[in-house]
Design a protein around this ligand. Structure first.
Ligand SMILES: Cc1cc2nc3c(=O)[nH]c(=O)nc-3n(C[C@H](O)[C@H](O)[C@H](O)COP(=O)(O)OP(=O)(O)OC[C@H]3O[C@@H](n4cnc5c(N)ncnc54)[C@H](O)[C@@H]3O)c2cc1C
Length: 388
């Protein structure tokens, strides 16, 4: 199916087996702030590396898997099948950085990240700048061979696990005054502090604190790419992540349908398995249909990247895939809770956990509304032929 090659299937199966082995730890993780037992986490990290499941999005010369976009999607789809973000350990380092990273940056941050020995987080969003990234107020001021960074960043995912942050700020002076620039900031660094760590709906080990950067001094060698390039890199990251979000959402959708179907076959109500009730059948049939549609769309969009399709087309299709997959996953989670009945409202139930966890997929990496705005803007500028 889906015209996958033998190599694609082998990679998909390897990732599937890896993620299957995390399922027994989900309930414990839910009760434990999203954490795996330390020995299990260490063993799985080693296994991920040995099985070539880390950094599928990075070229082999930098130590990554050198996978096609379709293959990256296949792996992240499996990642999405586990709750509590347990499979996030199959990380995808910042591939957008590779073409603009200096030799110093490659050796100091990129290679260790690809090897799983370092990890990044993104400090872009602010209290008054989320969907509209151009509204950020954080600043970057050049002083001799250094930049001085100031700003308060929100929802900094994985800050508690990261060894460095990408900080986006507005240049205060120079030829690019007012433009955005991105910097690498080692963690911890003087002047970087957690303001607070709010609780979120999901239970995962990666926190999303509000982080203040106060007079943080970094050498000019920490500038990513060029002054004024900040928005370009953020958009590259968004485009890539939209594929990965779509993939993880479809993995979650598959797991939910699988679990709900198994339950519906076994659960006897009024003398019949509930899968014989047509109202339950409709929920499962709609869910399976939407999974098939979402997967066909995502794989086609991923193939477009591999074939070098026009970047604007890629951009529009990434948005459509993210929009459709994230909304599908949320609908399917809602139906799965319904099929499980009272059990579906218990935290020990996979549908309950996904019901909470999947909600953010319609918000981060661009809300569903922003994806629609992107798709409609492409239509307005270039017509239907340009994106569909
Ligand atoms: C759990 C979590 C983790 C996150 N991790 C990170 C991270 O690691 N790094 C980071 O930098 N950011 C992160 N974010 C931020 C995330 O990307 C933003 O929350 C998201 O882009 C939306 O921005 P906002 O919350 O400011 O909402 P707003 O931009 O204030 O939007 C509010 C509402 O208005 C709607 N809206 C806005 N503009 C339009 C428009 N033009 N047309 C129609 N409707 C519109 C939105 O869709 C939304 O419904 C994270 C967020 C969450 C919740």
């Amino acid at each position: 199916m889906y015209q996958l090659t033998a190599e694609d299937r082998e990679l998909q199966d390897r990732a599937r087996r890896f993620v299957d082995d995390l399922f027994p730890y989900e309930e414990e993780a839910e009760a434990n702030g999203g954490h795996l037992p330390a020995d299990v986490a260490a063993a799985m990290r080693t296994r991920a590396k040995e099985e070539g499941l880390l950094a599928t999005n990075i070229s082999r010369d930098l130590g990554g898997g050198g996978c096609s976009m379709l293959q990256q999607v296949l792996v992240q789809e499996q990642v999405g099948r586990a709750t509590n973000a347990l499979a996030w350990m199959l990380s995808t380092p910042p591939q957008w950085w590779v073409p603009v990273a200096t030799e110093h940056q490659r050796e100091r941050w990129l290679r260790p990240t690809v090897a799983g020995e370092a990890g990044e987080c993104y400090a872009i969003t602010e209290e008054h700048a989320g969907s509209d990234v151009s509204a950020i107020e954080a600043t970057a001021r050049r002083e001799g061979d250094e930049y001085v960074l100031d700003g308060v960043k929100w929802h900094v995912t994985s800050y508690n696990e990261a060894t460095y942050a990408f900080f986006q700020g507005r240049l205060t002076d120079g030829p690019h005054a007012g433009d955005h620039a991105m910097f690498v900031v080692d963690l911890p660094s003087p002047g970087v502090r957690v303001v607070r760590t709010p609780a979120y709906s999901h239970t995962i080990a990666h926190h999303h604190p509000i982080v203040a950067f106060e007079q943080v001094r970094v050498p000019a060698t920490h500038l990513v790419g060029e002054e004024g390039g900040g928005m370009t890199y953020a958009y590259e990251w968004f485009r890539f992540e939209r594929f990965m979000v779509a993939a993880r959402c479809l993995g979650a959708t598959e797991r939910l349908i699988d679990e709900a179907t198994r339950f519906a076959r076994e659960r006897i109500v009024s003398g019949s398995p509930i899968i014989e009730f047509q109202l339950v059948q409709a929920m499962l049939a709609d869910s399976a249909t939407e999974l098939f549609a979402g997967r066909s769309m995502l794989y086609e969009a991923a193939r477009g990247v591999d074939e070098g399709r026009d970047r604007k087309v890629q951009h529009g299709q990434a948005s459509m895939a993210k929009l459709f997959a994230s909304e599908t996953a949320n609908r399917v989670a809602d139906r799965a809770v319904q099929i499980f009945g009272g059990r579906g409202y218990m935290r020990e139930n996979v549908a309950e956990r996904f019901f909470r966890e999947l909600r953010v997929e319609r918000i981060w990496e661009g809300t569903s509304e922003i994806q629609r705005v992107i798709v409609a803007a492409q239509l307005a500028k270039r017509g239907i032929g340009a994106i569909a």
